[in-house]
Write a protein that binds this ligand. Sequence first.
Ligand code: FE2
Length: 530
Amino acid sequence: MSDGVNGGGMAEKSPRESAGDVLEFAAEAEESADGGRRNPPWLILIVDDDHEVHAITRVVLGEMMFEERPVRFLSAYTARQARSLLAEQPGIAAILLDVVMETDDAGLKLVRHIREEMGNRQVRIILRTGQPGQAPERDVILSYDINDYKAKSELTAQKLYTAAVAALRSYQHIAAIERGRQGLERVMEAADHLAGLHSRSQFLAGLVGRAAALVTDARSALLCGVGEDGGPAILAEAGLPPDLPPEAAIDILPPEAAADIMAALADGQTRWGARHGIAVLRGRDAAPLALCLLGGPFAEGDRPLVELLCGKAAAGLDNLRLYERLNQAQIATVHALGKLAEYKDEVTGDHVRRLGRWATAIARELHARNAFADELDDWFCDTIGLASVLHDVGKVGIPDAILRKPGRLDDGEMAVMREHAAIGGSILRDASGGDRRGYLSMGAEIAESHHEKFDGSGYPQGLAGDAIPLAGRIVAVADVFDALLHRRPYKKAWDIGEVLDLLRAEAGSHFDPRVVDAFLVVLERDGAGV
Ligand SMILES: [Fe+2]
């Protein structure tokens, strides 16, 4: 084997030299005596209590090559030894198995153990018996999951050779089908994983990581587009040395791989070589991207799996692009609606911005405490700041005579004023278009619920406790805090001590005490001067 990528010498090499090792590193090839590389051998296990049978088998099959791979023998002289070997050594292709060893049916019991207890249906088992009377062929081939039955007396060198080749060919096909099945599973799992990511950088990093893991002999995976200089530019990579800058990685790409990347980006065609494989992601309205795998030699079955992954990833990137556009449209809508509310209300944009920052800080503090784990996640923390801008947007539906009345509102006017919560919720819910995880849908929830009180005495619905949406409970605290702390046309600014006393006093009645507690910690840590 080549000196190891993980070897101790790595630290003494420059990044470029280290990368060279990675890129040139050969797959599971074995070093032959003349220094050349050979393909990994087929493993054949001989299980027989007769030492001579082992020796003869090695003589007859020792020089055998199948699909340019040699054969390596493992020997067990009892069924018990065979069990240990099978447990320790994965990838045994065929077993030449005696029946009568430590017991009359030791070989047959080993068949059951392999198929049923180990669950190994791939290994090909050729039963070789010296006493056919002990294990009649018709009974055994029906009752045990074996693949061939030979009486030692009839087993000439040629017949043994033919049986061994047939077993290896059969194993090769089964192993290829199994690899394909597992590969498909990994592609589908990777596609599911990628579909759940809403960040472009996470998506691209996830794609190259899954691609490198999908192909057994891939040492590294690069996702490339066309750079500003017209050459390949690396957008994401997996498997390169961590201290290698991406621009240096481009320089140490094998020249034929770099040329194939550019050709694939130009014509959209897959290129599959011995040491690099390139498949293309073709988006609906985006420039193509090339996924390049380095390492190898790659198996024939790897190519369709990588192409499938690229097809799924291209569709995922299209969806991500649509999500980003929707998100940007929602942000623009939030800002526009926020401005509209500012024109109408005497409350300044500063209050709204501070409120957003407080709400975000409270959400992050609660998230860090693992509170409300069912509903509080990174998306919630990233969204509540902007969504809270919309809490009073329903005031656009309140007559100016009430909204801007300098004195106290009478009961009738107060009832009209309170309608702003439901109006805001209704406007925003319509605008959200049914999207349940967006700024507008969270804004609708906040608008509807920011005047609810924890003890059920708030409006518009008189919800209590956890029935009030969490975002509404958080904004209620942040809104009251900021409104009291700053001057309004109808009131002076309160002292911070007075405001904190009110929050503590109202925890459990007006406010959710867990939210108040988190906010007090935020204020203690960050101060109140935003
Ligand atoms: Fe309000």
